[in-house]
Design a protein. Sequence first.
Length: 246
Amino acid sequence: MRFASLMLAMGLGLAACSPTPPASNPPPASADLGVYGARTDSGPNGEPIEIHAVRKAYLNERNTRQRVAYNGPEDVGTVIVDPYARFLYHVIAPGEAMRYGVAVGQAGKNFQGNATINRKQAWPSWTPTANMVRTMPDLYGPLRNGLAGGVDNPLGSRALYLYKGGRDTMYRIHGTMDPSSVGKATSAGCIRLFNQDIMDLFNEIPNGTRVKVRTQAESLQLEGPLVQTPDGYLEPAGGTATVAAQ
């Protein structure tokens, strides 16, 4: 199953094919890097699971959690996902939000608008769809009965399930088995956070939490133009990067 999990990660674009270069920006002095240390958590069956510390090379100013000013119209308690700026905001007080860096993919941009978190799951299991098994049987066939929650599961340590009109949108906010992907756009996947970030966010927000997923136009208006650096991260336009991200 370990081999199957690694193949799954490669197929989903969650695992790098070569070593990830260090982040272009050093970790911000204001960030509490202690939250990204190693942790021990209880697994699906109560067994201890060791979560590795996030390498400092994967932490930069845009993808570490920070308390920031927030002037958006959303109410306190709302979660705002911006898949284009690669941010997630949790409004914690009037005019203030906790901002997290996220990994995104094409599948993570399919849903836009408002939704509600109607389900929360620690160490969630994952099952490929029938279409995935049919179109890529070599990759997904061995997992047709599902992959149990654990460190090799692409959903990571926690998952938040978004619903609209009482129906599952199939859009998830979850952890990741590949911390090097956070802050970047990969080939597939929903919204992914460092396991440490999704664990803490999971504890802070209840079922029923409202979620707003921005459109590309909204992102451009609120975050400004961004460009992608050669190592796959974003930075405000006007820096040294030359590849447009929006």
